[in-house]
Design a protein around this ligand. Structure first.
Ligand code: HEC
Ligand code: HEC
Length: 98
């Protein structure tokens, strides 16, 4: 009887651990789902300096910080809250203002 109780207790513990284990963390993904998803008006076309996009994702800060491009011009297509700051908050970078 006691052994059966122990077995049930162990199964319950393992089940709760697996069930509540925080394995899935949301990331700011382009066209993803959830509040962190990066969204842009599908009507706007990406400018040439975004290409290749994975290079731009890593180097856009250099273009802005160096002054090659003005940050206010980014906001012509980008809404800061839905396509800058959701990623910036995730990585812990300064938030973009209006
Ligand atoms: C003419 C409109 C336009 C302008 C201006 C613009 N963007 Fe974009 N941007 C886009 C579009 C459209 C995409 C999505 C590209 C795609 O999905 O291939 C994008 C994607 C990005 C991404 C990648 C997002 C991701 O997670 O994949 C970053 C970062 C970005 N832009 C930063 C900037 C910055 C910084 C500026 C200003 C220097 C800027 N953009 C100016 C239209 C624009
Ligand atoms: C997909 C993620 C992502 C998106 C979307 C994104 N950024 Fe960034 N941004 C970063 C990362 C990561 C850094 C920091 C890189 C580092 O410090 O090495 C950064 C840094 C910057 C910096 C330099 C900040 C500093 O303190 O030096 C500027 C300016 C900037 N981003 C502008 C923008 C603008 C404007 C947009 C929206 C148009 C945008 N970013 C969208 C990831 C992103």
């Amino acid at each position: 009887m006691r052994k059966l109780f122990l077995v049930i207790a162990v199964i319950l513990l393992v089940g709760l651990t697996v069930g509540f284990y925080p394995g899935w963390v949301e990331k700011p993904v382009k066209d993803g789902t959830g509040p962190m998803a990066i969204r842009l008006d599908p009507g706007v076309v990406a400018p040439e300096y975004h290409s290749p996009l994975d290079w731009w994702q890593k180097h856009h800060m250099d273009a802005v910080n160096r002054g090659d491009l003005a940050q206010t011009d980014c906001l012509y297509c980008h809404q800061p809250e839905t396509s800058c700051n959701n990623c910036h908050r995730y990585v812990g970078v300064t938030v973009i203002g209006r």
